[in-house]
Design a protein around this ligand. Structure first.
Ligand code: PLP
Length: 407
């Protein structure tokens, strides 16, 4: 028996979305906390918490190793989850899905296993200025190791055409900025990158939460995201890669189950995807995330996104009434980033925290973008379909109080 079923096997009613029902699935919202920090990590619904509890309390077993029933069930669940992830992002095969610890680890894996053996001195890696540090530092590190160069790119499509050259090997870009909410035109970018025989690496950490993605149609070479931003567990990431690229990559971590045979003379590596998954996987995380992938199927994501956008528009219209406010984010984005002139963003965060309001402030792990925006930090609220107008109203009223105290 598989703990949880395949998405295609579920006998589901038509998809629907009502904000009240959606919100009711999140026990953390009963704490009377206004949670507006979902771009950092999303709250978790009962579906995931229950599945994780059941794994630890009733079905604890290892995966891919032992032959007792519970272990076989867990192994089947992990295979099923891998297929469900492949379906979610439209990968051609579940062999193209690797479990990692998060988006950050996924990029480090590509940098060390794909890029490091390939790059020669003078080769170029084009990285957009929008990137989270996790899609910049792995490239800086591998550039230092190989003599390649990291080229800064504004994320403008026309500029990319000018930057591409015979030396370009890799182009790295986010699907959605965690600072501005901007979503680059991946279709146009992918065309340009492949016209120059380079590969396209996309950071889906924020994008997958609010948008569909079809890695096959977009001809994306590597795509990474973290389960915890998509309502799932922490410590679990996904790396999608085209089979042909994974096949040519060197293995990264060595250990249990990434090999077919070994002796003191060497080893023969395991088939995909297992050769990149040395050691016991994050079993509880994958079980919990599989529950999320099934739970997501119940909800009409278009309606949920429409609702979130309306809420974001409402929040922005209320913020716009404040004087001395400077926005950095796109209109209609569920991510709203701003500063209040002459007030330090962290002072606002501390005062709001005293009122049980969770927001994120600081450099948002995007120092180059912050420099470009001309600030050393900002206030970010990030909305999800479990938020409501009362959350926004409470935030606005406490923000006004904080401003009065701080000016
Ligand atoms: N990319 C983006 C756009 C993010 O917002 C984040 C996390 O904030 C990451 C990458 C890194 O994700 P993780 O810390 O889960 O590896």
């Amino acid at each position: 028996m598989v703990i949880g079923m395949g998405l295609q096997d579920l006998n589901l009613p038509n998809k629907y979305f009502t904000p009240e029902q959606f919100r009711a699935d999140f026990p953390a919202l009963n704490r009377h906390c206004v949670y507006l920090d979902s771009a950092a990590t999303a709250l978790k619904p009962h579906a995931m918490i229950d599945a994780t509890l059941a794994y630890y309390s009733e079905n604890t077993a290892t995966a891919q190793r032992s032959l007792h029933n519970a272990a076989l069930q867990v192994t089947a669940t992990i295979d099923n989850a891998r297929q469900n992830v492949a379906n979610l992002i439209h990968a051609q095969s579940s062999d193209e899905i690797i479990w990692t610890r998060g988006t950050t680890e996924s990029f480090n894996l590509i940098a060390q296993s794909y890029a490091r053996p390939l790059l020669q001195s003078g080769d170029e890696i084009i990285v957009s200025e929008l990137e989270h540090h996790s899609n910049l530092l792995p490239w800086l590190i591998v550039a230092g190791q190989t003599g390649a160069k990291v080229i800064q790119w504004s994320s403008d499509v026309n500029e990319l055409s000018l930057l591409m050259s015979a030396k370009t090997r890799i182009v790295a870009i986010t699907q959605m900025s965690n600072v501005t909410g901007f979503c680059p035109n991946l279709e146009a970018i992918s065309d340009i990158v492949h016209q120059h025989n380079a590969i396209l690496v996309v950071d889906g950490a924020q994008g997958i939460v609010h948008h569909n993605v079809d890695v096959t149609a977009l001809n994306i070479d590597f795509y990474a995201f973290s389960a915890h931003k998509l309502y799932g567990p922490t410590g679990l990431g996904i790396l999608y890669g085209k089979r042909a690229l994974f096949e040519q990559m060197s293995v990264w971590h060595g250990g249990g189950k990434m090999l077919k045979r070994t002796s003191f003379d060497g080893f023969i590596q395991e088939d995909l995807p297992y050769r990149f998954e040395a050691g016991t996987p994050n079993i509880a995380g994958i079980v919990g995330f599989n529950a999320i992938l099934q739970w997501l199927e119940r909800w009409d994501s278009n309606q949920a996104e429409h609702y979130t956008k309306q809420l974001a528009d409402y929040a922005k219209s209320q913020l716009n009434k404040l004087t001395d406010i400077q926005f950095y984010s796109e209109d209609h984005s569920p991510i709203i980033t701003f500063n209040i002139n002459h007030i330090h963003h962290n002072d606002i965060a501390i005062l709001l925290s005293e009122q049980n309001i969770a927001i994120r402030t600081g450099e948002l792990c995007a120092q180059p973008l912050m420099n470009k925006l001309g600030c050393h930090g900002a206030i970010r609220l990030s909305l999800m379909p479990y938020n409501n107008q009362q959350d926004v109203d409470k935030f606005i009223s406490e923000l006004q109080n904080a401003i009065e105290i701080l000016v």
